[in-house]
Design a protein around this ligand. Structure first.
Ligand code: ATP
Length: 311
């Protein structure tokens, strides 16, 4: 079983407003509300791939209950730590071919709740083979929270992936105890290497040969419609995806990660690992819904993924 941790989940609300009027009233016909947060999105796609997955993290109040209800409706397991404060809303306004987002920070987590989670982690990890940690940290917690989860996974021989950004990502990747897999996009990799990710093969190799990326067995640098660069142990590959008409690319990174974790779970070889990750990312852009793939199209697109091993 795979455990997916979202420390700061949200109720994601999207409003479709053709012409957004500032300093005026906007009425909305098309509203969509769903349980969100990156780890939860990963669990949606893992579930669609047929993997058994359980969600954890922190939820609170009526919005927390809404998240649990949406997971129940999808028949996805969950076991969250409960907070007195309300889970956050995240609002995306789709207007004039643009997307404007309003993201609440969410509840603050105190040290007691952190400890409660870490004790809980021990209990819920009995049959867990992979732990995935996705998304930003809530108020009150710092990178050491994720480091404690990674340490726990390592001590218990559980594969652990991390998908976060900014200083949290940088601090953990450069720290002593590293995750087994990271999936930075082009912005997030800059946080780690402190420059643009190069295009030249020789320079790419140099980056992977040096610490900190050298010490992480699986690194996926996703590059949107340009595919991704994969480091799998001591091999480096470039994967290209076919040109498609993108409907909604939000959640492609989470879908890619779900594909990668499913391949790890099923001990698939490098080629299938790369193709599964890329196909899931691509299938996500083909529909409006975030972190949803049409599994019936999987084989059709999988065979169109091109892989080249770099020098
Ligand atoms: P998010 O933060 O929204 O989850 P991300 O920035 O982490 O996304 P991307 O690098 O944009 O992730 O995309 C991940 C993968 O999804 C890509 O490597 C690719 O396989 C697929 N993908 C994304 N956008 C497109 C696109 N326009 N066309 C085809 N495939 C795409």
């Amino acid at each position: 079983m795979i455990l997916s941790i979202t420390a700061n989940p949200s109720v994601d609300i999207s409003y479709n407003i053709e012409n957004l009027k500032i300093d005026d009233v906007n009425r909305v016909d098309l509203v969509n509300k769903d349980a969100g947060g990156k780890g939860i999105h990963v669990s949606y796609v893992l579930n669609e791939l047929g993997e058994k997955v359980i969600n954890s993290g922190f939820v609170g109040g009526k919005l927390g209950e809404f998240i649990e209800k949406r997971l129940d409706e999808r028949k996805i397991s969950h076991d969250f730590i409960k907070l007195d404060d309300e889970t956050r809303n995240c609002i995306a306004i789709i207007h004039d071919n643009k997307q404007t987002e309003i993201l609440e920070k969410g509840p603050k987590i105190g040290l007691e709740k952190e400890k409660e989670f870490l004790d809980h982690l021990e209990k819920i990890s009995k049959n867990i083979e992979i732990i995935n940690i996705s998304g930003s940290l809530p108020k009150g917690l710092d990178a050491s929270f994720y480091q404690k989860i990674i340490k726990f996974a390592k001590e218990n021989k559980i594969f652990v992936s991390l998908d976060t950004s900014g200083n949290t990502l940088k601090e953990i990747v450069k720290g002593e105890i590293k995750p087994d897999l990271i999936k930075p996009n082009e912005t997030e990799i800059k946080d780690i290497i402190e420059k643009e990710f190069p295009e030249n093969e020789e320079e790419i190799r140099k980056i992977f040969e040096k610490s900190p990326l050298k010490d992480i067995p699986y690194v996926i640098i996703s590059q949107g419609k340009d595919g991704a660069i994969f480091k799998i142990k001591n091999k480096i590959y470039k994967a290209k995806v076919p040109k498609v008409k993108a409907i909604n690319p939000v959640g492609s990174g989470d879908s890619t990660l779900a594909g990668a974790l499913s391949a790890i779970y099923n001990k698939e070889d490098d080629e299938d690992f790369i193709k599964k990750s890329m196909t899931c990312g691509l299938l996500n852009v083909l529909n409006e819904e975030i972190a949803h793939i049409n599994i019936n199209d999987f084989d059709k697109y999988k065979e169109k993924i091109e892989i080249k091993e770099l020098i």
